[in-house]
Design a protein around this ligand. Structure first.
Ligand SMILES: *Cc1c(COP(=O)(O)O)cnc(C)c1O
Length: 392
């Protein structure tokens, strides 16, 4: 039972997640005034560490809002009403980019993909070639509704090459909310123009803060003539003389700053390896129960499964009532058909507990569970997840 969770329930959900020890401690400390020198230092430290996380030299805006606020800020600041962007849609969160564009009067060329799929670079470039007026591509690194990972490196570099060839700059924006501190991401090396994160996923922190990292092309667009904006005017957040522009959630800044520093202390490559290992172990275990993963390219933080003839709601209910484990169900058209398991910050014992619980629940529902297969391989598969044990 997690000490951070007084009800004794473990969250295997893709945000909010069980808090890291340092996030909990940072929250309680809190109490900084946002115009004090101490707070300024905390914010500077947070944004310095965020640059390490985004693997970038670009500036970062810290906004008090959940992740969707950062998405809206990016759309409203980089694009003007009437401009058109390309949005590959493979689930609820990539679809949200399109909804925000609709709401702000930005034109959308949708590229509809099957659930579990991710956009291929050649298909993205084909559409850019087909439609001259597209000025941006909005990507979702990890589509949290299916666990699918986009090959951002390949897509973004293909968009950059296309731009150079045409002499027409198309900017790439990436929602990295469920991939930062989880899956490998390199903003500058991959030529991403704008990337966003939020506090309640891989940062193992409470919800309430979001982050926008702005490259040079994106900064040029932000300075241009755009639609109406006030609270989400990124110019205010990026202007060094007026930071922060409004009262930020000061306690959250303290919590996220502590949590990210401790995660970076583990080493980002070790963190990426740990998530690869946990996703592979959960997929492997589920396959031994006849439960099939949905994603073609698997993300590290969340695995979604098709349950076949089992009812997803019943499985989730039994995990909660009999084992104190909370997992997520499908969203939108996938409701009732899939189960989603997030392993953010989970060490070996917790992932084992989840797998044992799942085996017990589906076993009681009549599924054959290959226990020998689990016992033979699981310990070795989970070795890299040991890093989390020092964060508790
Ligand atoms: C969680 C999440 C968001 C943001 O959701 P909020 O509830 O606004 O924080 C956006 N994109 C993805 C991929 C997410 O997983």
């Amino acid at each position: 039972v997690d000490s951070e969770n007084p009800k004794g329930l473990s969250l295997f959900t893709p945000g909010p997640v069980d808090l890291s020890g340092p996030a909990g401690a940072g929250l309680l400390e809190g109490g900084l005034h946002h115009r004090s020198r101490d707070f300024e230092r905390t914010l500077e430290h947070l944004e310095r560490d965020l640059k390490v996380v985004f693997v970038t030299a670009n500036p970062i805006a810290t906004i008090t809002s959940s992740g969707t606020g950062a998405m809206e800020a990016v759309v409203g600041n980089l694009f003007a009403p009437g401009e058109r962007v390309l949005v590959p849609v493979s689930g609820k969160f990539s679809g949200r980019w399109a909804e925000i564009c609709d709401a702000l009067g930005i034109g959308v060329r949708r590229m509809d993909l099957t659930p579990g799929g991710s956009p291929r670079p050649e298909d993205v470039v084909d559409l850019l070639r087909e439609e001259d007026s597209l000025v941006g591509v909005l990507l979702t690194h990890c589509e949290t509704s299916t666990g699918a990972l986009t090959d951002v490196e390949a897509v973004s570099l293909a968009v950059r090459d296309f731009s150079l060839g045409r002499g027409r700059r198309v900017v790439t924006c990436v929602d990295c909310i469920t991939s930062l501190c989880i899956d490998e991401f390199r903003m500058d090396d991959w030529c991403v123009d704008c990337a966003i994160g939020a506090s309640q996923k891989g940062f193992l922190s409470p919800p309430g803060l979001s982050f926008v990292c702005v490259g040079r092309e994106a900064a040029d667009r932000i300075g241009g003539k755009r639609g109406p904006r006030y609270y989400f005017d990124l110019r205010k957040y990026l202007d060094p003389s007026r930071r922060p522009p409004f009262t930020p959630a000061v306690h959250l800044v303290g919590a996220v700053e502590r949590s990210i520093a401790s995660i970076l202390g583990l080493g980002l490559p070790a963190v990426w390896r740990a998530y690869k290992a946990s996703a592979a172990a959960v997929r492997f275990a589920a396959e031994g129960m006849g439960i099939l993963p949905l994603a073609e390219r698997q993300a590290g933080g969340i695995v979604a499964f098709r349950l076949g003839n089992l009812d997803a709601g019943e499985v989730a209910g039994a995990l909660r009532s009999k084992h104190g484990i909370i997992v997520a169900e499908g969203q939108g058209e996938l409701r009732g058909r899939i189960l989603r398991v997030a392993t953010m910050g989970k060490g070996r014992a917790e992932i084992r507990r989840l797998i044992e619980a799942l085996a017990s629940v589906v076993g009681e529902m009549g599924r054959r569970v290959d226990r020998d297969r689990l016992d033979a391989r699981l310990d070795r598969m989970l070795e890299d997840c040991a890093i989390w044990e020092s964060l508790r």
